[in-house]
Ligand binder design. Structure first.
Ligand code: H2U
Ligand code: ZN
Length: 345
């Protein structure tokens, strides 16, 4: 019997995080007795008087949003991190260590329209979101070494409101995952003299089977080591360290590839596809950071229908992450999904 990645259980290495994931491709044809129902179309109005993100409305802290016409950023009224925390370390090197953290959290409204999602916005409007991400990152990067741009979309991912929005949290320490990516990219650069994610994008482009979308500046792949069923990684084709470094053409291409990917996601199960996405770029720590390459992760939880999600439980909480459908199969299904949104058909 010869080993076959499409049939035999195996573990794959995540080069970006230095961890392993269990893949069980033989299980994809096991019987399924759960629901596979389609969800009714989510019809929202362009403006919701009760939405705390709509233009002109009052938020939880009593402040009123301006009548914004494109994007709008404000300080999170329930921020998880705060700028005025006294620097402190407690517990030394003991089992009870703590370190103070300083930071800022903001909410980023992508559009004044309550009824849209990024997938349904125009290229020009998505481009303005890219500009907002870049401008916010550079402003916060002047004060904090780590700036995390992200979006939680959909109830399933805990988004508190369907109004198109994301968040940005900046901190004076790298988060644990960011630190591991930093470490892995640095080690790769030292060992090989080349950049981990640029080598990876180049090789995925040549192999092709995990590629989902591509344009002049960007490549979307279902990464070799993906954990979530339809997880993707968005990579620039040329060296880019962080969002503010993106040029005009790269930002327009970003809008196009984002739209393409998000429409495909929505079309997969004909639902506004839930996900958490976010950007990773070089830390603002004053170092040269040539080992860094900007990228975005998309982690969607759905597995086989608009309502059936993957749970990270049992073995995954205790040993390591596991998936059934291979990234190659997921990429193929995403390639086949239409780039015309199902609501427009
Ligand atoms: P999520 O949908 O990803 O939870 O983001 C919405 C954020 O908006 C959330 O972090 C904040 C919440 O703290 N928020 C405000 O800042 N003001 C409000 O009036 C309500 C919610
Ligand atoms: Zn709204």
């Amino acid at each position: 019997m010869t080993f076959d990645l499409t049939r035999h259980p195996h573990r794959r290495y995540n080069a970006l995080l230095d961890e392993w994931i269990l893949v069980s491709p033989h299980r994809t044809n096991r019987p399924w007795q759960g629901g596979v129902e389609k969800l009714p179309l989510d019809r929202r109005s362009r403006y919701d008087p009760k939405c705390y993100l709509c233009p002109g409305n009052t938020r939880a802290n009593g402040e009123r949003n301006p009548e914004y016409e494109s994007t709008f950023a404000f300080i999170n009224d329930f921020a998880a991190v705060l700028p005025d925390v006294p620097p402190a370390q407690t517990g030394g090197e003991s089992l009870f260590r703590a370190r103070s953290v300083r930071g800022e959290a903001r909410v980023l409204c992508f559009s004044p329209r309550h009824d849209l999602t990024l997938a349904e916005m125009s290229l020009g409007e998505i481009r303005l979101v890219a500009d907002l991400w870049a401008a916010q990152t550079s402003e916060l990067g002047a004060r904090y070494c780590w700036v995390q741009v992200f979006e939680n979309r959909g109830d399933m991912m805990g988004a508190s409101n369907p109004h198109p929005h994301g968040q940005i949290w900046a901190t004076d320490r790298l988060g644990a995952i960011a630190a591991r990516e930093d470490q892995q990219q640095r080690a790769y650069q030292e060992r090989n003299g080349t950049n981990l994610l640029r080598d990876y994008a180049h090789q995925e482009g040549q192999i092709g089977e995990r590629c989902v979308l591509e344009n002049a500046s960007w490549l979307v792949v279902a990464p070799y080591w993906a954990v979530w069923p339809f997880e993707t990684l968005l990579l620039p084709k040329s060296p880019v360290r962080c969002l503010p470094d993106l040029g005009d053409g790269q930002r327009n291409d970003l809008a196009a590839i984002l739209k393409g990917l998000l429409v495909k996601y929505d079309n997969l199960f004909e639902v506004s596809f839930p996900y958490s996405m976010g950007w990773h770029g070089a830390p603002y720590d004053g170092a040269d950071n040539a080992h860094w390459q900007l990228h975005a992760h998309f982690f969607p939880p759905l597995l086989r229908s608009a309502t059936v999600k993957k749970f990270m439980v049992g073995y995954e909480m205790l040993a390591e992450a596991q998936r059934d459908i291979t990234p190659e199969e997921a990429a193929s299904r995403l390639r086949q999904a239409s780039e015309v949104h199902f609501k427009l058909r």
